[in-house]
Design a protein around this ligand. Sequence first.
Ligand code: DAH
Length: 339
Amino acid sequence: MKEQLTSILEKTLNDIKAAESFEALDSIRVNVLGKKGELTAILKQMGKLDPEMRPVIGALANEVRQTLETALEEAKAVMTEKATTAKLVREAIDVTMPGTAPVIGKKHPTSIVLDEICDIFTGIGFTIADGPEVELDYYNFEALNIPKGHPARDEQDTFYISDNIVLRTQTSPMQIRTMENKKPPIRILAPGRVFRSDALDATHSPVFHQIEGLVVAKGITMGDLKGTLELFAKRLYDEDTKVRFRPHHFPFTEPSAEMDVQCFKCGGKGCSLCKGEGYIEILGCGMVHPKVLEVCGIDPDEYTGFAFGMGLERLVMRKYKIDDIRLLSENDVRFLNQF
Ligand code: DAH
């Protein structure tokens, strides 16, 4: 029985050495030390031994069991260590390898100029107002003193959703919406998209942006209008910028004017950019028409106001010398990356 034990020990130790996987080690353990294992089978025959031999064989069997258990544990530990090392090598990351830089987006040129203009006006006390792009005919035309059949309607080729609903052709309806909801003093700037059924070409787009301004309070005069808009032009371009006001007509203002800035290309001498004028028109403006104040429930004998409106894309195109409006909506990154 001693010999049997010794041979089991030797054979099993060899098997353990040769084992290449956790599964192999486990099956060795089951085959030798398990309930139906070789060693267990021997121990079951102990009863047949002489009583004085039992403790000797028992001790030896225990020794063999322990030796094998230790050997199995060690083999397992070595295998675990090897597996971990292999995993680390396999998954090693070379932190010195050059990375892929994330592409950083940029502000659209239209947004750059819009933000600049909003900053100028919020800096002198205006708040930004926002309103619907799908608008009632009442706000887009009627309340602005442009009744049905008025020639001003023909100048703004309108997308009609239904008889009395349009895509707003201008941001001026925000004047009415503001005055209906707020009591003077009012000082708002309302930028937004507007729509006209124009064919798309280098200088026209059916979708573009306007920025509307409105000031209503007691004692507002044409002097406030001129001072505010001149300050705006100087902040947008530079301190030496010269402006001029030309009489004009808008149904919702009286008197009305257009403001020009001195041509920055020729400095006023006249060139191809300003078509020999020396000045370039940048906005429409005027004193809010008493009728417009009245439909909003504001007493024109008590309050006066001025309003102005400008096309954003034209300002952007001029600032960055862009000669085709389509570039602003095509979103070609090669174009956008330049700003
Ligand atoms: N809404 C006008 C347009 O689209 C621009 C404009 C002119 C707005 C004069 C105004 C204004 O508020 O006072 O042509």
